[in-house]
Design a protein. Sequence first.
Length: 83
Amino acid sequence: MEKIRASLARQGLVRSSDRGLLGGVCAGVGRRLGLTPWVTRLLFLVTLVVVPGSQFLVYPVLSFLMPSDDSVAAATHVPYAPR
């Protein structure tokens, strides 16, 4: 599981902890694609009309697999060691 989360983090797919409404998935995907969170949420809703149903499976899976940006920042933080 950690390999999957690390791979998603390397690709820039992380959940947003500060801009997310439900789980931060749309905000994280939007950040990766260069879109605002509201545009990504709107596209999510449009796809509900075009291809109904699959989003209710994809969103929870991404919410579980995508690491939060807080956890990625904490994992990559290198503490300062004075010389």
